[in-house]
Each structure stands twice: as structure tokens, then as C-alpha cells.
Ligand binder design. Structure first.
Ligand SMILES: [Zn+2]
Length: 134
């Protein structure tokens, strides 16, 4: 693959009838590197020409959403992050706060709530980072 790389898919598809066989099939399945524009294999994750990764993994967890969920209901952000045990632990903390009565709600709950929100945000970011670099 040399000069052919610079040609467009349209051109290649037009030539399809003339150049039957393997090459045409490969071209049809090709895609363009978003960085250097080379026609590369459609399954290529990293461009062989410029070394740029083609499909950046999408963030699997939205840190803002996780935080909002934990704000709406303590522990919900953790469950959204897939950390069920932690989420239920936070919810258990909520019930314990209520069991302790006024003092528990006043002293324990605000800290627990804030912790749940911050943890949901941090955990979501952590999950995304692991997703990107492993
Ligand atoms: Zn490239």
C-alpha cells in the first residue's frame, strides 16, 4: 500500500468492477485514520502509519452523573458505578443514621452523604482510567 492510500473510498468503489477480488474487498472494509488520513484496516486500533489510536474508549462511567445520583440518594452513585457492596454500605449508613435519631441525622448523615458523592465521582474516574490504560 503506497499511493493508493491517498485515494478516496469513492474512487475505489468505482474501480470495484474492474479490480475484482481481494484488493477491492480490502478497500471496502478499510477506514481512514482520523489523524493522518491513511486508509487503514477497518479493525485497526492503532494506525500503522502514524501510530495514533483510532478508537479512544468512551468513558464507561460519567463521574458527574455518579455524583448527582449519590446526591439524590446516598449510595446510588456507587451502584451506578457497579460497586454494589459499597453502595449498600452507604445506604446502610443512612439507615443507621436514622436509627441513631436526631443526633445521627445531624452529625453522621451530612458527612456520609458528602463522602458518598465524592466517592462516586472519584470511583467513576478511576473506573474510566482503568478502562483506558489496561
Ligand atoms: Zn494515521
Amino acid at each position: 500500500m503506497s499511493d493508493n492510500d491517498e485515494k478516496g473510498i469513492q474512487k475505489e468503489e468505482k474501480d470495484l468492477g474492474e479490480h475484482e477480488g481481494r484488493t477491492a474487498v480490502v478497500w471496502r472494509k478499510g477506514k481512514y485514520c482520523f489523524a493522518c488520513g491513511s486508509n487503514i484496516h477497518f479493525k485497526a486500533e492503532i494506525c500503522p502509519k502514524c501510530g495514533v489510536r483510532q478508537q479512544l474508549p468512551k468513558p464507561v462511567k460519567e463521574p458527574g452523573l455518579a455524583a448527582v445520583l449519590s446526591f439524590l440518594f446516598i449510595g446510588l452513585g456507587q451502584i451506578y458505578n457497579g460497586q454494589l457492596a459499597k453502595g449498600f454500605a452507604f445506604m446502610a449508613g443512612l439507615f443507621i443514621s436514622f436509627l441513631l435519631g436526631f443526633g445521627g441525622i445531624l452529625l453522621l448523615l451530612p458527612g456520609l452523604w458528602l463522602w458518598s458523592i465524592l466517592d462516586a465521582y472519584d470511583s467513576a474516574r478511576e473506573i474510566n482510567q482503568k478502562q483506558q490504560y489496561c
